[in-house]
Design a protein around this ligand. Structure first.
Ligand code: FAD
Ligand code: UDP
Length: 383
């Protein structure tokens, strides 16, 4: 049977490794970090709080097939995520909902806007902010402008260095306005956290006699590509290569460095059982950081201490910081296509994951994409 090499032991790579191994293939999975789980990596600190050093990760999905797959590897704790926005010192639910409206407008005005929203959009509907801003009704447009300025504009500029319009739907539709009292950040059918964290879940995915895990190994040092062929330590490699790292790095930046957003995290352990009113507070009109997350509020029972992290968005600088978010603008999509064309020259190379696909995807979609790509590769191998 053909050998398989997977670069990157994040959720995309780990899922792929397991699917191949379950079908009897020998898999080697490498990661340049000393940990597995990619950006979903977490650990328990000395107070028993699960901390996520690459930023807050909440699992949610509507994909039963993804939930069923991951449920083989973890027990779950029910967790419904709620977020508050700090608007000039006032804390209101985000996604912006009818409660947020009532908290920020005088009673009569709030009632009037609520009535129009229900009539024009419909009760229990969700509407993207950029669509609401273009509504034919002026009162709705005025309301949308208020929400845009207080929730989206400043936060998005801080996070991406772009205005909401420049990023378009892929980003802005993630957090719509709710014409309801729904106060959960996600409305997906399955909302759970892995009981002992994501690292343990990924460890269980990778625990298989046919999977060899090698950490602290940079693919660039052992793999090379030339004239449609893949080489491993200088020898022709005739198996399948699944690559989940940055695609520009794989091709030695031959078309230039793709733009990403990076992050800087400032962690603090506080001597109190609760630091803030919600697991995450977004700072939408002030401060240089975008949000504060409090890990003990995710699933942990109350402790004497708590851990918070402030997130600062930064420009990505190659070899200086970590590429966290691909930036989904139109021009970047065109730029990325140049690398897709390079990859097409290699029949046995498959790009997968947030970095190699240059897509702003959640963990469930990373798993789903791995499942779909696996089926495609398997069909080809069996032909
Ligand atoms: P990654 O997790 O990035 O894994 C890629 C792996 O490849 C890394 O371990 C890296 O070290 C390795 N690698 C790269 N290059 C090389 C190389 N040359 N050699 C060897 N190894 C290499 N999703 C959600 O569903 N819910 C959330 O709440 C959520 N919050 C997020 C918050 C932040 C701050 C960020 C950045 C992402 C968040 N996500 C969230 C998205 C989630 O992290 C990703 O969808 C998911 O982890 C993607 O997995 P991946 O395996 O594709 O990529
Ligand atoms: N967003 C915003 N204000 C908020 C929440 C989100 O402007 O209070 C915008 C912002 O551009 C952000 C995007 O919506 O990057 C997606 O938000 P999400 O919380 O999904 O971001 P992530 O957790 O992936 O960083």
């Amino acid at each position: 049977m053909k050998k398989v090499i997977i670069v990157g032991a994040g959720l995309s790579g780990a899922t792929m490794a397991r699917l191949f191994a379950d079908d009897g293939y020998e898999v080697t999975i490498i990661d340049k970090r000393d940990t597995y789980g990619g950006n979903a990596y977490d650990y328990k600190d000395r107070n028993g709080i699960i901390v996520q050093p690459y930023g807050p990760h909440i699992f949610h999905t509507n994909e039963k097939v993804v939930f069923d797959f991951l449920s083989r590897f973890t027990e779950w704790d029910k967790y419904e995520h709620r977020v508050l926005a700090n608007i000039k010192g006032k804390l209101v639910p985000v996604p912006f909902n009818l409660t947020s409206l009532e908290m920020l407008f005088a009673k009569d005005k709030a009632e009037r806007i609520k009535e129009i929203l229900i009539k024009e959009i419909g009760l229990d509907k969700k509407v993207p902010i950029l669509k609401l801003k273009e509504h034919e009704n002026k009162e709705i447009r005025d309301f949308a402008e208020f929400v845009y300025q207080n929730i989206f504009y400043f936060y998005t500029k801080k996070q991406w260095g772009f205005k909401p319009e420049e990023l378009g739907e892929a980003v802005m539709n993630r957090v719509p306005v709710y014409v309801s009292y729904e106060d959960r950040y996600f409305t997906d059918e399955y909302q759970y956290m892995p009981q002992n964290g994501f690292t343990e879940m990924v460890s269980n995915i990778l625990r298989h006699p046919k999977i060899q895990l090698k950490l602290g190994r940079d693919a660039g040092k052992v793999l090379s590509l030339k004239d449609g062929e893949i080489y491993l330590k200088g020898q022709l490699f005739e198996g399948e290569l699944i690559y989940t790292g940055c695609v520009d790095e794989l091709f030695n930046y031959c078309h230039g460095v793709l733009p990403y957003r990076s992050l800087k995290f400032k962690f603090k352990t506080k001597k109190c059982s609760s630091y803030q009113k919600a697991a995450v507070v977004n700072f939408t009109t002030s401060h240089r950081f975008t949000r504060i997350s409090e890990f003990s509020k995710f699933t942990c029972p109350p402790q004497k201490k708590t851990v918070i992290v402030k997130e600062y968005s930064k420009k990505f600088k190659k070899d200086k910081n970590i590429p966290y978010y691909p930036i989904p603008t139109e021009s970047n999509a065109i730029f990325y296509q140049k690398y897709v064309e390079e990859a097409k020259k290699y029949k046995h190379l498959h790009l997968l994951g947030r970095l190699a696909n240059y897509k702003y995807i959640n963990m469930d979609i990373a798993v789903k994409n791995a499942m779909e790509l696996y089926e495609k590769i398997k069909d080809n191998l069996e032909d």
